[in-house]
Design a protein around this ligand. Structure first.
Ligand SMILES: [Cu+2]
Length: 294
């Protein structure tokens, strides 16, 4: 009898281990960035790929980024900005063509870097807190299923709106504020940013927004990054629901993802128009073949 219990316990332990392992070992630990060929001459900063490819990478705390210099010129990877100068977080010094440089990130946050030789070359490393990046998975495993189903409802709600093809982007999202009102939500596909303009936020407040995946796609690990009045802020994320704190007087909240589709409403309208036209064409054709038979 006792043996049975033990083996049952062992089975349970193995099972829960198997359930936990995939999320714990999901590989967000490393990222590789390469120097754009020819980046020693200005111009790469105006391309979609940028001078460091990709120009923004996201890793977990403790993760390592490797910069491979595939270009023919020597470059540096220096934390900081061209205008503010090196900030001392990391510096590769000169990396020769064909060589590489790696750095391990022990703290969460966003780290700007640039090339000292070619200051038009700029990039960013986002280091996310493991718990935040995997909030979604933990929710699913945890006993907070109530909150999860609430979120699902929120998503359904916003999906309903998209199928109707409403022009105003504010209607594509389920969003609430505790201070001020949402004046406008706009999408900028150039820097993959969703812009939430606040009006009359006289007190500190919180924006709760359920992101519509039709419009904004998160980074590979499911995370986003958020700026309030152009300053990066910490926020809570549960799946596609973000809780963003802002201070009194805040006007602009930017949510950055890996891809943003602007004016989804317009696209939906086009799809709708095409559907209607094809229905009309089909019915007239069918009628044309039916009428002679009558
Ligand atoms: Cu360079």
């Amino acid at each position: 009898m006792q043996k049975k219990i033990y083996s049952l316990f062992a089975l349970l332990a193995i099972f829960s281990f198997v359930a936990i392992v995939p999320s714990a070992f999901a590989d967000h630990g490393t990222a590789t960035v390469t120097n754009a060929p020819g980046s020693s001459v200005p111009g790469c900063e105006e391309t979609a790929d940028g001078c460091f490819i990709p120009s923004m990478v996201t890793i977990d705390v403790g993760g390592e980024v490797t910069w491979e210099n595939d270009d023919t010129a020597a470059h540096t990877v220096t934390s900081g900005t061209p205008t503010g100068g090196p900030d001392g977080n990391f510096d590769s010094s000169l990396v020769m063509a064909g060589s590489s440089f790696s750095h391990t990130f022990e703290d969460a946050g966003s780290f700007d870097y640039f090339c000292m030789v070619h200051p038009w070359m700029q990039g960013m490393v986002m280091v996310t807190d493991e718990e935040m990046a995997h909030g979604d998975e933990e929710m699913a495993h945890g006993d907070e299923e109530m909150a999860h189903s609430d979120e699902m409802e929120g998503m359904k709600h916003s999906d309903e709106h998209t199928t109707k093809g409403i022009e105003d982007l504010s209607d594509q999202f389920t969003a609430t504020t505790t201070s001020g009102v949402i004046h406008h939500i706009g999408a900028n596909s150039d820097d993959d940013t969703l812009l939430v303009h606040l009006f009359g936020a006289d007190d500190d407040g919180e924006l709760k927004i359920v992101l519509n995946s039709e419009i904004i796609t998160p980074f590979d690990d499911g995370s986003y990054f958020v700026l309030v009045d152009s300053e990066e802020v910490d926020f809570e994320q549960m799946g596609r629901t973000l809780h963003i704190q802002y201070e009194a007087g805040a006007e602009k909240i930017e949510i950055v993802g890996s891809h943003v589709v602007p004016e989804f409403g317009t696209i939906a309208m086009i799809v709708l128009a095409v559907a209607i036209v094809s229905i009309i064409v089909l019915t007239t054709k069918t009628r044309a073949t039916i009428i002679p038979k009558l």
